[in-house]
Design a protein around this ligand. Structure first.
Ligand SMILES: Cc1ncc(C[n+]2csc(CCOP(=O)(O)OP(=O)(O)O)c2C)c(N)n1
Ligand SMILES: [Mg+2]
Length: 321
């Protein structure tokens, strides 16, 4: 696949941006500045970036409880994201939603989602809307291996296949649903094999390799854009941190984490770019410094923004007292 140097470096920068955003959020959480839960995407950056590098601004994505990477890869503003984590009025949900409710319709980011598999029905519906409007947009639905065992997975994939909807289902198989290993709850090794049940193509790809993800997603997204229907893409990946903050991680060994960490997707991509003489050590450092500055500015923005005023506590919420 022929991608320009500019595009490849942009992908590299976005992966770093996700990583540094989250490392910073974790640090700020330890200082008491983040309100609510944090599910870190660290280790899985190649999936969001490899997929979203194929998307246009007007395309849609749906996300999960582990959504920062999807938001950033689709072009969300890290200042408003950080402010949302800090519970500030300048955040995406005016500080009332937190990490799991970030959405930005202006860039087609239809929402993180605290309900496991909740995005599958939304993505299918958004794809139906595209089909009815007869545009060539596509929807990408990100979800986890755990979500593949919930009812909406069956309903969404079946309907999307039958109606040939322009949607790509991207399963981020990080081997665990909270503390439950995949093999305890799913007897197929490759979740991509489940696609057979719906009559759609299913492809399994190395989710630590951003170029492999890009190429696989490219095929699936192009197919959807041509009106040929959905694909199930399974990305084999791994989260380097616990499920969320305070996870003692007794369900996996330190050795297992260390083994997967050797295939850190950012380091792999850096090595790939250096091997192709597309990135020097000095350029890598420069990119990292510029990303660090951008995230520092986001923290400054979040810190200096006010909390929502108490008199607005019942505004923007679904139910009122
Ligand atoms: C319907 C529903 N059931 C249970 C939960 C609690 N819960 C939150 S995340 C999670 C695990 C999800 O695993 P997976 O889909 O593999 O995503 P991952 O966390 O690995 O990214 C569970 C069970 C929930 N949020 N929603
Ligand atoms: Mg999982």
């Amino acid at each position: 696949m022929d991608l320009s140097k500019e595009k490849l470096l942009e992908m590299y920068r976005t992966m770093l941006k996700i990583r540094i955003f989250e490392e910073t959020a974790l640090y700020e959480s330890s200082r008491g500045n983040v309100q609510g839960a944090l599910h870190l995407y660290i280790g899985e950056e190649a999936v969001a970036v490899g997929v979203c590098a194929n998307l246009r601004k007007e395309d849609y994505i749906t996300s999960t409880h582990r959504g920062h990477g999807h938001c950033i890869a689709k072009g969300a503003d890290v200042k408003r994201m950080m402010a949302e984590l800090f519970g500030k009025v300048t955040g995406y949900c005016k500080g009332k939603g937190g990490s799991m409710h970030i959405a930005d319709f202006s860039i087609g980011m239809l929402g993180a989602n605290g309900i496991v598999a909740g995005g599958i029905g939304m993505a299918t519906g958004a794809a139906l809307a595209i089909q009815m409007r007869k545009t060539d947009q596509v929807t990408v639905c990100f979800f986890g291996d755990g979500a593949a065992n919930r009812g909406p997975f069956h309903e969404g994939l079946n309907m999307a296949a039958v109606w040939k909807l322009p949607v790509v289902f991207v399963c981020e198989n990080n081997r665990y649903a909270q503390w439950t290993p995949q093999e305890k709850v799913t007897l197929v090794t490759d979740i991509a094999d489940m696609a057979v049940a719906y009559g759609m193509p299913g492809v399994s790809v190395d989710g630590m390799d951003v170029m492999a993800v890009y190429e696989t997603a490219h095929q699936a997204i192009s197919r959807a854009r041509r009106g040929e229907g959905p694909t199930l893409v399974e990305c084999k990946t791994y989260r380097f941190h616990g499920h969320s903050l305070g996870d003692a991680q007794q369900y996996r060994s330190k050795e297992e984490v260390a083994e997967w960490s050797k295939r850190d997707p950012i380091k792999l991509f850096q090595a790939f770019l250096q091997d192709k003489s597309l990135l020097t050590e000095a350029e890598a450092k420069q990119i990292e410094e510029s990303v660090r500055r951008e995230i520092e500015e986001a923290v400054e923005f979040a810190s200096s923004s006010p909390f929502p005023p108490p008199e607005e506590v019942f505004e923007d919420v679904v139910s009122k007292a």
